[in-house]
Design a protein around this ligand. Structure first.
Ligand SMILES: [Zn+2]
Length: 275
């Protein structure tokens, strides 16, 4: 928990509703947001602000949604840089020359990566979510950012720690100075997994009630707290980590959820950009 105020807060622009991170806003110099499904033009299972081009929605409508959302943030959707999100643990460094990769065609996204890092202002990073955990890292001292997609595989592979290592190696960031945020994602209330996976997580992340067996006998993972612990073990101060604690599977009016919709749904997006 952060020292003062909410870890995440919602903001409205016209019909758009999205999450911002007060701690990042106080530090200044960065855009860091997480969308909801509200305020776009898509219909049916993609209603309304589907931002994913790869899930079967009409591409023109998705681009309109991206233009609407980015416009509200004061940035150009044609500059968005995305990565392939292959459920790995690679964090790629990008710069001005990468602007626009994946902005119109997912095949042009940075291949083989689940995280992007940059120290270049004006390069908007984007990644897409339908239950997985978005991790936001901001070093206000060295002026560098990383945006990371952590599903269960990425979490088990400690991709948050890998992103911090990339920030240190590429930009000289000290983890003690990094501000971090764990965005909306499927919570311990809803994230039921098999006993084999639960055992793997219990082995990797012992104690602290991060893997629980409910009264119904089902195993549940707390990916929010596991990612928070990974960041703390990698040197981020606990006071510098915001956790949204918003479950994407519990609020179908607000979020797309892969789990809750049994697969056919839209995608929210996390966007980060140095100003
Ligand atoms: Zn839930």
């Amino acid at each position: 928990m952060s020292g003062s105020g909410a870890d995440f807060t919602t903001q409205r622009v016209r019909d758009l509703l999205f999450y911002t991170i007060p701690r990042f806003a106080r530090a200044g110099g960065v855009v860091a947001v997480f969308s909801t499904r509200r305020g776009g033009r898509s219909s049916e299972v993609y209603a309304t602000l589907n931002l994913g081009l790869h899930v079967g929605d009409d591409p023109e409508t998705v681009l309109t949604n991206r233009a609407l959302f980015c416009g509200a943030l004061g940035l150009d959707h044609r500059h968005l840089v995305s990565c392939a999100q292959v459920h790995g643990t690679t964090v790629a460094v990008v710069g001005a020359g990468d602007r626009g990769r994946g902005a119109f065609d997912p095949a042009q996204a940075v291949p083989g990566a689940d995280g992007l890092a940059t120290d270049t202002p004006g390069v908007p990073l984007i990644s897409f979510y339908g239950d997985c955990v978005p991790l936001f890292l901001y070093d206000p001292v060295k002026r560098a950012i990383a945006l990371v997609h952590a599903g269960w595989r990425g979490t088990l592979g400690r991709i948050g720690s890998r992103a911090l290592a990339v920030l240190r190696k590429s930009f000289g960031s000290s983890p003690a100075e990094v501000l971090a945020a764990v965005g909306p994602a499927i919570g311990p209330c809803c994230y039921i997994v098999g006993s084999d996976l639960a055992a793997q997580f219990a082995w990797e992340f012992p104690g602290g009630d991060l893997v629980r067996r409910g009264a119904d006998g089902a195993w549940r993972l707390d990916l929010w707290s596991i990612n928070r612990r990974i960041l703390i073990e990698a040197g981020v101060k606990s006071a510098n980590i915001a956790v949204a604690r918003r479950c994407t599977a519990c609020a179908p009016g607000e979020f797309f959820s892969h789990r809750a919709s049994r697969g056919k749904t839209g995608r929210m997006a996390a966007i980060m950009m140095l100003e």
